[in-house]
Write a protein that binds this ligand. Structure first.
Ligand code: FEO
Length: 169
């Protein structure tokens, strides 16, 4: 059973997760246009992961006898000044997602909703990984600087990422 307040916050986070997929596809479009197909592919995989995150919220809300509420969102950023700029924006976005997950967890605790806390625990851990992976690429890009060959090597490396669906719960 979900309170109206918790249901609203879960729906808002479902929107954030689906928006993340939309944002990362926009970033993939930027990298495709920049002839960096490996980084574009990495972003596409990230977008697929975000879709599964959104679906987890959908599943939890419905299994908890709540009601889903799909909300609109603003256009994501499409233009960037550099690959480094993209990863600065994406890391900031992940920090926003982490903060909203933490707020949701605080609400679930305040309401004594144990099921929601257990559900959200997966996201708390996931956000540590998300910030780490975006942060690592950001630091690599900082070191690469204007080295075109370094950027091509990173493109090749990131192109190796495959989509691994999260284990079914
Ligand atoms: Fe699902 Fe990257 O936050």
């Amino acid at each position: 059973m979900l309170s109206a307040k918790l249901q609203d916050a879960l729906n808002e986070q479902m929107k954030n997760e689906f928006f993340s997929a939309y944002l990362y596809m926009a970033m993939a479009g930027y990298f495709e246009a920049e002839d960096l197909p490996g980084i574009a592919s990495w972003m596409r995989v990230q977008a697929l992961e975000e879709m599964t995150h959104g679906e987890k919220f959908f599943n939890f809300i419905t299994e908890a006898a709540g009601r889903t509420d799909f909300r609109g969102f603003d256009s994501p950023q499409n233009d960037f000044d550099s690959p480094l700029g993209v990863f600065q924006v994406s890391l900031e976005h992940e920090k926003f997602v982490t903060a909203s997950i933490n707020k949701l967890m605080d609400l679930a605790k305040d309401e004594g909703n144990h099921a929601a806390q257990i559900f959200l625990q997966w996201f708390v851990t996931e956000q540590v990984e998300e910030e780490a992976s975006f942060g690592l690429i950001l630091r690599k890009l900082e070191r690469i600087g204007d080295d075109g060959n370094g950027l091509l090597r990173l493109d090749e490396e990131l192109g190796g990422r495959g989509f691994v669906p999260p284990a079914a719960e």
